[in-house]
Design a protein around this ligand. Structure first.
Ligand code: FE2
Length: 377
């Protein structure tokens, strides 16, 4: 039997990625009122109207609005009836992320590969067609009630997917420089981080690229542990947090309480100019965590020379960290809904591939001040 093909040196069998991902396809939120949420994401974050599905397109029990900004696609979905999975999800969790949809070349193979390795099926491969071609989607469950969908759209030319029509709006606020999903973080329960790390390794072929224990991530009051999982090409990164014991309730516990279980804690969104983007977002009404002036007194001693002036960074509350490969600038929004659950991170990478470990203490102290105000510390 011939073992080595002509391409063997280029594609060694042992390193073959059994789940090749082309990136994040979209993030879908289940919300209480999709029409109003869509307006919020357009107004506050500069998303553009893209597509719509609802009763007018044959969808009798739900409505979805699709928004886009550069390579970021958000879908906001709400239930039209009480007896409905979406309504139950919103009642239990509040507004939150239901689907982290991943772009693949072969959604049937992605489903076969993951379910044969122990992934629990959410949806067998399904072909959706219209005049613009076909999409194939499949899906598996991950932590909590969150689902990874695999989306194959190489034979589809339409605006989004079969079942959607173009959404034309007279209201088109300018974009805010948000580019793509950098990473999505999941909060899981006590002692659940390692089982979920194992899930991403075994079922999805991801690697654990970074780990933080409670010594890295603790303040006087609370702690957490985190492991960052990345797919083979690094396009998809999922850090997983679990609470760790501290004197008071940790931010992850507060999340788990209010979300009623495990779920997506934050979506980190990349920009090429964080000062411009955050200045713009703040003027549109996005609230960010405040960082004390003392943070900026010695930050440059820690991170060295940076291209940006410190004054606007400190005014906006943008955090700075570095690793061996460069530095990064990041900021965290306050929760995006009334429950203290999902929030966004805005991140600009200048070489650094890490996640801001040097900022954890300042960040968590800022989060604790907010928790304290809510009476949940
Ligand atoms: Fe993050």
């Amino acid at each position: 039997m011939e073992i080595l093909s002509k391409n063997a040196t280029l594609l060694p069998v042992a390193n073959t990625d059994f789940l090749p991902l082309k990136g994040t396809d979209y993030v879908e939120f289940y919300v209480g009122n999709a029409k109003q949420a869509a307006n919020f994401y357009k107004t506050a974050f500069g998303f553009q109207s893209l597509a719509y599905s609802g009763p007018e397109t044959g969808m009798k029990d739900k409505v979805s609005y699709v928004l886009r900004q550069n390579k970021l696609t958000f879908v906001l979905t709400t239930a039209l009836r009480q007896d409905n999975d979406i309504a139950a999800h919103v009642s239990k969790h509040g507004d939150g992320v239901k689907f982290l949809a991943l772009m693949v070349d072969d959604a049937s193979d992605a489903w076969e590969q993951t379910t044969s390795r122990g992934g629990k099926s959410y949806m067998k491969p399904q072909k959706l067609t219209d005049d613009n071609g076909e999409c194939i989607m499949s899906g598996i469950h991950t932590y909590g009630e969150t689902v990874h969908l695999f989306i194959e759209r190489k034979n589809y030319k339409g605006i989004f997917m079969p079942g959607f029509r173009k959404w034309e709006s007279n209201y088109n606020p300018p974009a805010a420089g948000l580019l793509y999903v950098d990473h999505c973080v999941g909060n899981v329960g006590w002692n659940q981080m390692n089982p979920w790390v194992k899930f991403y390794e075994e079922v999805m072929g991801f690697k654990n690229i970074l780990s933080f224990d409670d010594n890295d991530i603790s303040t006087e009051y609370s702690a957490l542990m985190s492991k960052v999982m990345s797919n083979g090409n690094g396009f998809v990164k999922f850090p997983i947090n679990e609470p760790a014991a501290g004197k008071k309730k940790s931010q992850v516990e507060e999340y788990l309480d209010f979300y009623n279980g495990e779920g997506v804690q934050h979506v980190a969104i990349a920009t090429n100019n964080i000062i411009e983007t955050v200045t713009d977002l703040q003027s549109r009404g996005v609230d960010f965590l405040k960082i004390p002036a003392s943070y900026y007194a010695d930050v440059l001693d820690r991170v060295g020379k940076i291209d940006e002036d410190l004054a606007p960074l400190s005014e906006l509350g943008i955090l700075i960290d570095k690793d061996e490969e460069g530095y990064l600038l990041q900021i965290f929004s306050k929760p995006l809904q009334d429950r203290p659950t999902l929030f966004f991170e805005i991140i600009q990478r200048k070489g650094a591939k890490s996640f801001g470990k040097g900022n954890f203490k300042a960040l968590f102290e800022a989060l604790e001040r907010e928790q304290e105000l809510r009476g949940n510390l």
